[in-house]
Design a protein around this ligand. Structure first.
Ligand code: 6PG
Length: 467
């Protein structure tokens, strides 16, 4: 795809229409279509003056046939079956030089499979992670592209133009072949889950342990957003906690059922981490916490049967701030470890500094830490571990005591803090040269003759258990 392609976008739901308006706003001509034509008509109206460069079509097929070649068609349809159906339809119409771009939250295994399928038919396939929610899609998301470098060149001008900018630099790039872009987006979401959960844990302890009102906690978040915790998620948490419900006049959070939804990306991150021989404990904990939250009636029953006391806690407000900072660093570090393991496994040659850079604006996990993370990846990084980079090791040494105090107080008081405690358990494991799996190895040898490695050299040894 050497020439700049004609652009088409299929799927005008919330994210699709926002991305389409963004493309038009940046001066590019765009063809659009949707499964139902009424939605397309509504979109044309919504586009107003932007519709000047818009060509609307009744169906995917009509759009693909009407577009001048080479064509690049962005799919903004739900992940899974709808993507396969659209690809099948397009493969029958498109010709070499044309590209299909899946911009949904797709499982990277599907992207790898589809890349082989579509490219096997002489077309180009791009798996593109887009982060930033509706607002980001409309005004500048962070964009993570997977595919061949040549494929990226064909769409680079439009992708860079519509992306968020950090100090004028586009938060979009080609990250690697086939599934690399979707994998990086999946891990982004895993980190998003962990960060959201840890913020919620701090809120829970401040509210139910420390007796603070949602508004007071929200004001605290607002203040933290001006310091080391500066980030989109802390910012919106501050706004949300200070919001008032119009019907009750009470805190808006109090009218929300505490049952979290999840579409799969957090779970995929945890699963892929395990498959790659890792354990992203903070991310796993966040996924688990959402699943437990969904068991609302069981929890209500548990409260009446188990009757565990919920004790008050008395911590300095700075402890919560530092606990969140330490835990956030750990969540990012775990995310980058998964990226490193996948990069090795799939030979993607991911550039971690670049990934941190394109997460600095537009995406949901954007935070002040990411600029420092990219600098750390460009500098001295012992064993490739973010938490060992001098700037982060120092921050952790300063902030970990607060994470311990917060976690210990929560555990003693009966307040669940799964992500905080999982983050702490990981960093404490990484901070000990000798742990306790000598005993696990001995047990394995005892019951299964699995053998162990002796500290003085030889492997495959057995203990004196049966002598
Ligand atoms: C983003 C978000 C976005 C979406 C997730 C949330 O980066 O813009 O992550 O992709 O909000 O799908 O997923 P859950 O529904 O699983 O929380």
């Amino acid at each position: 795809m050497a020439d700049l392609a004609t652009l088409g976008l299929y799927g005008l739901g919330t994210m699709g229409s926002a991305l389409a308006l963004n493309i038009l706003d940046n001066g590019f001509a765009l063809h659009v279509a949707n499964r139902t034509a009424t939605v397309t008509n509504e979109f044309v109206e919504e586009a107003g003056p932007l519709a000047a460069k818009l060509s609307a079509h009744d169906s995917l097929e009509a759009m693909a046939r009407a577009m001048p070649k080479p064509r690049a068609i962005i799919l903004m349809v739900p992940a899974g079956g709808p993507v396969d159906s659209a690809i099948e339809e397009l493969c029958a119409i498109l010709e070499p030089g044309d590209a299909i771009i899946d911009a949904g939250n797709t499982d990277f295994h599907d992207t790898r499979r589809r890349t082989a399928l579509v490219e096997g038919r002489g077309l180009t396939f791009i798996g593109m992670g887009v982060s930033g929610g509706e607002e980001g899609a409309r005004n500048g998301p962070s964009i993570m592209v997977g595919g061949t470098p040549a494929a990226f060149e064909g769409i680079r001008p439009v992708i860079e133009a519509i992306s968020a900018k950090f100090n004028g630099e586009p938060c979009a790039d080609h990250l690697g072949p086939d599934g690399a872009g979707h994998f990086v987006k999946t891990v982004h979401n895993g980190i998003e889950y962990a960060d959201m959960q840890m913020i919620a844990e701090a809120y829970g302890l401040m509210r139910y342990g420390q007796g603070m009102t949602p508004a007071a906690i929200g004001a605290q978040f607002e203040a933290w957003d001006k310091g080391a915790l500066k980030s989109y998620l802390v910012e919106i948490s501050g706004i949300v906690l200070q919001a008032v419900d119009k019907q009750t006049g009470g805190p808006a959070v109090d009218v929300i059922v505490d049952r979290a939804g999840q579409k799969g990306t957090g779970r995929w991150t945890a699963i892929e981490a395990l498959k790659l021989g890792q354990s992203a404990s903070a991310i796993e904990a966040a996924v688990g916490a959402r699943s437990w939250s969904a068991e609302k009636s069981t929890r209500v029953l548990g409260e009446s049967i188990l009757k565990t006391p919920l004790l008050s806690v008395d911590l300095a407000v700075e402890d919560y701030e530092n606990a969140l900072l330490a835990a956030r660093i750990i969540a990012y570090a775990q995310g980058f470890r998964i990226l490193a393991a996948a990069s090795d496994e799939y030979q993607w040659n991911l550039d971690f500094a670049r990934i941190a850079e394109i997460w600095r604006a537009g995406c949901i996990i954007r935070s002040a830490l990411l600029d420092d993370i990219s600098a750390a990846f460009r500098g001295e990084l012992p064993a490739g571990q973010l938490v060992f980079a001098p700037a982060f090791a120092e921050r952790l040494q300063a902030a970990l005591p607060a994470l311990r105090r917060v976690t210990a107080a929560a555990i003693t008081g009966g307040h669940p803090v799964p992500a905080f405690s999982a983050a702490l358990a990981w960093i404490d494991s990484m901070a000990r040269g000798r742990g306790t799996t000598d005993l696990v190895q001995a047990q394995r040898d005892f019951f299964g003759m699995h053998g162990f490695e002796r500290i003085d050299g030889p492997a495959g040894c057995h203990g004196p258990w049966w002598d």
